[in-house]
Design a protein around this ligand. Sequence first.
Ligand code: HEM
Length: 542
Amino acid sequence: MEEKTGHDQYHDDSTSSLMASFIIVCALLSWVLIHRWNQKNRVGPKTWPVIGAALEQLRNYHRMHDWLADYLSKTRTITVQMPFNRATTYTADPANVEHILRTNFPNYPKGAMYHSFMEVLLGDGIFNADGEAWRKQRKTASLEFASKNLREFSTTVFREYAVKLALILSDASSSSTRVVLDGQDLFMRMTLDSICKVGFGVEIGTLLPELPENGFARAFDAANAIVTLRFIDPLWRLKRLLRVGSEALLSESMRIIDDFTYAVIRRRKAEMLEEEEEEEKEDTPKRHDILSRFMDQYLREEGGEKGLRDVVLNFVIAGRDTTATTLSWFVYMLTLHPPVAERLHRELADFEEREAKEKNVSLVSYHESDDENSTESRFRSRVSQFSQLLTYDTLGRMTYLHAAVNETLRLFPAVPQDPKGVLEDDVLPDGTRLKPGNMVTYVPYSMGRMDYIWGPDAAIFNPERWIRDGVLQNVSPFKFTAFQAGARICLGKDSAYLQMKMTLALLCRFFVFALVPGHEVTYRMMTILSMAHGLKLTVSRR
Ligand code: HEM
């Protein structure tokens, strides 16, 4: 038999390794092709082996809420496969939502994954806690929210800050040059100041007329956007380890946030010690802010300052961004729908006239005077007079205003998606199967836009849909999910309506808003539906 030369041996080896590579490539290609073929009838996003639907999701990340709404308009529930065999199920089906938030609530905690993504910002605060830790905070906070003292204190604070905002708008409207305002920035300042006052009893003054720069607010927004990115970025832990990219910015932002928060706590603690001494001397009234109640609990029990830091940040995220973004989308809607602004103004002007007559108040007129200074001071007096007519009860009777707030929240819910963990195997009412370790998310943004929930005019902004025969209609919270529903329904709902209605009543009574031509309004991807480029407005007096 002829011996093989070294060259032949080499040739054989490379042929067989080529063959092996060819077979591997073919096997891989067939695997990919079969994988894709099997999905030809899939309604949700199509997946690739190993990486799932991550590419499509990343490509659509900037418009993720609309990407989801497109799918959910075709089918009420979809499952999006994520890398490493994880999956998130998204649903817009009210029956599924009721199952998750009420019927089988214990099976759907925030979960370990959500907790690990959000821990850096929210710690073990109420938004990020489950089980006993959540129940305890919920109980303390519920007691506080139910108290009449807090409601009275909030009404005064919300009125005071709404007037401050109205006066800033007044200055802008009376200036000879056209002043462009960022409505969202102003609302964020107002709600940050008010949550710090109502929540923690401190004045931080970001709504002063000179609008001082606020590092905390900026760092808070950056941190919020970065932790949201973690939900779809499989590399975030590596980035954190290497301290690069978004995770490096996150730790810098957290330093600023923590400095601010601990300063608030120490200031309050020092004030409380002073007050205790005072109280021993005389009968000084007790503070009514939320932090004081938690302080009593935490400083006596476990958790100490870190527990309080978590309380503060959770209430800032709860109270500041949600309310401010809703106010921003509301005003944006008014600029697009002048008849709604006029209808609302009519409700407010009629209310003012009626209420003033009833209370024997003679309203200051600010239109006739030729003297600019006098007009200005008359206008301020009238704003102040009107604000005094706004109370918890009178605001409660403003049907059209309430309907317009609901309509804004339907289309622009401040929390656009709300993910939950899955503890055990379960089947949703529509037959969708869920596996432990995955996530399930109900999607208020999509739900507000579905014809199958709201009828064929779902996409249209129409406050009238909430009113029948002059009476505000109640809608199931499993259908109108802006405040969540079930055991973890928003605790600040009434407080939020109070502040939003107080502010909007005052602003819409006295001002007309116009969007700056060409200004693009779109959302930014973070846990809250805030506007990516703010809300650039000009404003004029009525
Ligand atoms: C327009 C305004 C608001 C909207 C749309 C809103 C919406 C929501 C939503 C969707 C949740 C559930 C979030 C989750 O599952 O993580 C929630 C929870 C909560 N909200 Fe609100 N919220 C608003 C204003 C407020 C305000 C002003 C406060 C308090 C100052 C507040 C306090 C809370 C608290 C404490 C929770 C946690 C409840 C729990 O987990 O048991 N909210 N809110």
